[in-house]
Design a protein around this ligand. Sequence first.
Ligand code: ZN
Length: 128
Amino acid sequence: MNNYSPKLLWLNKSGLGCLLNLLLIGILLVSVGLGWVVNGFLILLGIIVVTPVIGLWILRWWVKRNLVEDQCPVCGYEFTGFNNIESRCPSCGETLEIKEGKFKRITPPGIVDVEVVDVSVQQFDNPD
Ligand SMILES: [Zn+2]
């Protein structure tokens, strides 16, 4: 009978006793029926850890899907913009539309643009 006493003392000294107590409390909680408290806590902890990771992953996926890197069709300057959002070229100031992962001029290169340039040049030529 007395042989068990030194063993328990050794457990307490090494700190294993504390761990054993926690384990016993855990087993007791589960056996008593409070297992759901422990499970709930673990699930909550899991949600706290997992939610920002998933959120960040979704955000990255969205950004990757909507971020478009292309060259300006007017001056060839390469920059990034968001899909389906109008953006302005930081180099030449041309308003661009981003569609299907490509930058497109909202004003198509053609007669209208050239006519505007011609009118302003003519106005400057005739000061009177
Ligand atoms: Zn440009």
